[in-house]
Design a protein around this ligand. Structure first.
Ligand code: 13P
Ligand code: SF4
Length: 317
């Protein structure tokens, strides 16, 4: 049989692609890990749908032979860091996280030389090379806990300045922030919150900790993506009465709106879209699974060092 290329897959219907994905999953003992910001149809084929922490924990415990990571590159890399003997595929190698690219090994090494006493806490939204030079990783779920675990030493917190500031406010720790940011969450302004609250008076406002400090000050809750989903479900009766405005990427909000029809769930702004998260399509998933394309490969020395930083985080989560 002739090997199909990606264009051939794009001509198939969604049902045909899903059948192929299910067949490949069985044949290859694969697991599909999917981030909350992925397109709805990709969320629909997930074996596990979640935030960065949940996906890392799932990657650490899976007994599948093949991990297909529908998210962005650092997430698939983290799965490989945790599973050196398994094959990890990402449906589109161009699916990066612009914030993760705001720091590299060279720039971190020179910051470490300037702050030799600092503990390096690195957000999971980072490359394996940057994790390898870090003492411990964190996610949006556990960043405050990780910072508290460090004790009284100064912390070089990379790469998200907004998450760094949030942790500083929560803990009072001596934090030297990197200047990175998420272009999706950093775009939210207090005027967006004012406008949304005028449109939906009395609504709760929940926000992701990648938002600016002045936006977070206005939030009733500051949570990871899965934390937000859980909060909405746990407070459903209150939210049915008051409504909820959610300050994060649209994928998580669409997930909740379709799972909870009729519940007044509103995006802070409808334009909050992470372009690289949307690169994953059913055609690319079927193609990479059937052809084994787009494997994540890491240098073993870097992987081992990065593993220590990720493992430390998982141990305290
Ligand atoms: P979560 O871990 O909260 O899902 O966040 C990941 C991310 O990239 C947010 O922009
Ligand atoms: Fe990166 Fe922001 Fe996209 Fe999350 S939403 S993957 S932090 S660019």
């Amino acid at each position: 049989m002739l090997m199909m290329d990606l264009r051939d897959y794009s001509l198939l219907t969604a049902d045909e692609l899903i059948n192929r994905i299910q067949r490949a999953k069985k044949a290859k003992n694969a697991v599909l890990l999917v981030h909350n910001y992925q397109r709805r149809e990709i969320q629909g084929i997930a074996d596990f749908l979640g935030d960065s922490l949940g996906l890392s924990q799932e990657a650490a415990r899976t007994d599948a032979d093949l991990i297909v990571f529908c998210g962005v590159h650092f997430m698939a890399e983290t799965a490989k860091i945790l599973n050196p003997c398994k094959t990890v595929l990402i449906p589109d190698l161009r699916a990066g996280c612009p914030m993760a690219d705001m720091i590299n090994a060279e720039s971190l090494a020179s910051a470490k030389a300037q702050h030799p006493d600092a503990v390096v806490v690195t957000y999971i939204n980072s490359t394996a090379e940057v994790k390898a030079l870090s003492d411990i990783c964190c996610t949006s779920t556990n960043a405050v806990k990780v910072v508290r675990s460090v004790g009284n030493r100064p912390i070089l917190f990379t790469p998200d300045r907004n998450l760094a500031e949030y942790c500083r406010q929560q803990t009072g720790a001596d934090i030297i922030p990197w200047a990175g940011f998420c272009y999706v969450h950093n775009e939210f302004r207090t005027s967006d919150v004012d406008t949304a609250l005028q449109e939906h008076p009395g609504a709760l406002f929940i926000a992701h900790p990648e938002c600016r400090a002045e936006v977070l000050t206005m939030a009733d809750q500051i949570l990871s993506t899965t934390g937000m989903a859980k909060y909405v479900r746990d407070h459903i009766e209150e939210i049915k009465l008051r409504g909820v405005i959610i300050g994060t990427e649209i994928g998580l909000i669409e997930q909740l709106q379709s799972d909870l029809p009729g519940v007044p769930i509103f995006p802070l702004t409808a334009s909050a879209l992470c372009a690289t998260q949307k690169l994953t399509t059913l055609a690319k998933v079927a193609w990479c699974m059937e052809t084994g394309s787009n494997e994540i490969i890491l240098d073993e020395q870097i992987r081992k060092l990065a593993f220590s930083a990720v493992k430390r985080m998982i141990e305290i989560s």
